[in-house]
Write a protein that binds this ligand. Structure first.
Ligand code: AMP
Ligand code: GLY
Length: 429
């Protein structure tokens, strides 16, 4: 089979790398991919916001199946476009992807279906928002309705700060049309977990749980980013909490979308917070997580190609996913300035010695070819990912690999998986 992966970041590298291991994959393409991904699979230039061009590309490449990484082409209807051309694709339709593309839709959907989530108010005008603030305690969470590349959620710690956030979003439109409407939301406390499933609209196949580190600095300081690292192991959730999430959150979501005429096919990501009162949904994503995909693909034993092929054919029933019993950790290496404006074009060294360490894989995100070798090309540059027999071993290996890599202005978090490890060791003591 010929497979096309759409996207060009660390998540797409991990998906393409895993799909290429299938004995049934004759050729795997990644569009547009990047210079680092091109070490593993053939990369083809494309514009991921042009759904017609993506369908034409799948036709030219004779792709038997296309897997979509990022949210933008899904929100623009790439799955609908492929369906019109009789092309097979793993990813939800535009209507189903609205669960990520509009926070207002997502919150109202959860309200209709009794899915646990923070109390909220939808604000259509700045006036609505300023007056709704009075009914919330601080900190209050302020979310832009539309897609904002991970930058649309802001926390207001005081009335002044919240008013200034609302002004920037709704009046100055700093995030463009995404901030035309906002959701105000009660702030919840708890451990966050990424619960990602594969579904064909009927059968639900949960992936192993993972945890993403969203803030830029250690100890969850600084602004939110697309994700500075992630880990996955068997201890993130107890089987009881896993079952509760499936029954109270995942099943009502998949059934609810189908009942509302938006049947969902593809990866479906539940960003959850485990509060004292139980799991609560912070966000849905209509896709695999980035960087969660990196540790998950390292731990997945099952042939991903077989699974996604069955998903596309609506035949997930009876499929099982097998996971290595160990742990995997991904540390993201970012450019100076990220998540704000960042510099690019810095030479990257040390990839080979990093990957020479056993059970280490470096997934490439913002990487370009320069005359003297690989150079940085984005905010998140590399996802240094390692497996180990447990979280401690996986962390040590990942950070050993990180120590081999250098580029000017490189920064990363030193505490990926650390809090979980401390919790685990306290429980064992
Ligand atoms: P979202 O994109 O909605 O997941 O929000 C990004 C991040 O903001 C989440 O991963 C949380 O860390 C934080 N966040 C979002 N909503 C809430 C909430 N209601 N309470 C506390 N933190 C939140
Ligand atoms: N890691 C969070 C996301 O993919 O949105």
């Amino acid at each position: 089979m010929n497979i096309l992966v759409i996207g060009g970041g660390g998540r797409e590298h991990a998906l393409a790398w895993k799909l290429a291991q299938s004995p049934r994959a004759s050729k795997v393409y990644c569009a547009p991919g990047n210079a680092g991904i091109a070490r593993d699979v053939e990369c083809v230039p494309t514009d991921v916001s042009n759904t017609a061009a993506l369908a034409a590309l799948a036709g030219e490449l004779r792709a038997d199946l296309t897997v979509v990484g990022p949210e933008l082409p899904l929100a623009l209807g790439v799955a609908d476009e492929f369906a019109r051309h009789g092309l097979k694709i793993v990813g939800p339709t535009k209507a189903a992807a609205e669960i990520e593309a509009s926070k207002v839709f997502a919150k109202r959907f959860m309200e209709r279906h009794g899915i646990p989530t923070a109390r909220f108010t939808v604000c259509e005008t700045p006036g609505d928002a300023y007056s709704a603030l009075c009914s919330y305690e601080y900190p209050v969470v302020i979310k832009a309705d539309g897609l904002a590349g991970g930058k649309g959620v802001l926390i207001g710690h005081s009335p002044d700060e919240s008013t200034s956030i609302l002004e920037r979003l709704m009046e100055k439109r700093e995030l463009g049309a995404a901030g035309a409407r906002v959701v105000l939301e009660e702030y919840l406390e708890g451990e966050e977990v990424s619960f990602i499933v594969l579904t064909d609209g009927t059968t639900i196949l949960p992936l192993a749980p993972s945890e993403d580190y969203k803030r830029v600095f250690d100890n969850d300081q600084g602004p939110n980013t697309g994700g500075m690292g992630a880990y996955s192991d068997e201890n993130i959730l107890s089987p009881q909490v896993g079952a509760q999430i499936l029954g109270e959150v995942v099943e009502p979501t998949v059934r609810g979308l189908a009942a509302e005429g938006r049947p969902y096919k593809g990866f479906l990501y539940f960003g959850l917070i485990l509060t004292a009162a139980g799991p609560s949904v912070l966000e849905f994503n209509a896709r695999m997580g980035d960087p969660e995909a990196q540790p998950l693909m390292l731990r997945l034993q099952t042939d991903l190609l077989e699974v996604v092929e069955k998903l596309a054919g609506g035949q997930l029933g009876g499929v099982q996913l097998d996971w290595r019993a160990d742990a995997a950790v991904c540390v993201v290496l970012a450019s100076r300035g990220y998540p704000g404006e960042y510099e690019t074009g810095q030479l990257i060294t040390g990839l080979e010695p990093a990957e020479a360490i056993s059970q280490v894989k470096v997934f490439c995100a913002g990487v370009q070819q320069s005359a003297s070798g690989f150079a940085t090309a984005g905010g998140r540059v590399l996802g240094v990912t390692a497996r180990g027999r447990d979280l401690r071993a996986a962390r040590e290996r990942a950070y050993e690999a990180v120590s081999k890599i250098r580029f000017h202005g490189m920064h990363f978090r030193r505490d990926i998986g650390a809090r979980a490890l401390q919790r685990l060791e306290r429980q064992r003591a």
